[in-house]
Design a protein around this ligand. Sequence first.
Ligand code: NAP
Length: 253
Amino acid sequence: MQGQTRRVAIVTGAARGIGAATARHLASQGHAVAVLDLDLEACDVVCEEIVAAGGEAVAISADVADEAAVDAAIVTVVETFGAPTILVNNAGITRDNLLFKMTADDWDSVMRVHLRGAFLMTQAVQKHMVSERYGRIVNLSSTSARGNRGQANYAAAKAGIQGFTKTIAIELGPFGVTANAVAPGFVQTEMTEATAARLGMSFTDFTAAAVAKIPVGRGGTPEDIAALVGYLVSESAGYVSGQIIYADGARRG
Ligand code: NAP
């Protein structure tokens, strides 16, 4: 424990990428972490790493857009660790295509995971935060919220996350709950590897093209984003709420 009260945290989409790095980071801060994702075995791997490092974690399989699964997941968290007071809505998918080729299913799938998922998770967890008079919510947005070719669905969802975040910050603030969004630029994960593959590029070439536009001279890592989330969920971040914080190495264009 590094000067912080042990809290119960839930990180969605935590089996890999930014979510896994965030789960490891929060556990290293002394929090008990529910590692929630679709694939239970992949969650188990992250939990084993956390426990081996001396932390507390439980693996939970749930689809964040399935109301019954979300409710069951929260019951498991409460029974295992107690009331959750940290929530990181990180689960996400892409179904990229130019608008004229995008299907309604591509649109609905992305809205379902990012927006319905964040809504259901937040609604289920906020009642515990309100009764504890303490909570920290961080939602993953993206620089794509400003518009990105081939991502009309994803950009709309990530812009929607920003409005959702600002609204829950207003509604839940009086109960000691903060809500912020983190909007990463290019981060090296399986999601961006899939983007490179879709564009017919090697990940090395795709990364080099991205880095050429990033003033800090490198791509983001999952740990970069986890560290920012770690600050926003800390007790000392209590006056920071309703904010959208971009982490993109100052990339423009
Ligand atoms: P990732 O490597 O693809 O990991 C996302 C995780 O979410 C996967 O394990 C995925 O499971 C899980 N997931 C998908 N749908 C789910 C659902 N319905 N319920 C529960 N879990 C679900 O992605 P990432 O790059 O770490 O991105 C994490 C978040 O950051 C996402 O919200 C993403 O949009 C955002 N972001 C990423 C970047 C970037 O450059 N990587 C930039 C800006 C924002 P499956 O593998 O089983 O589908």
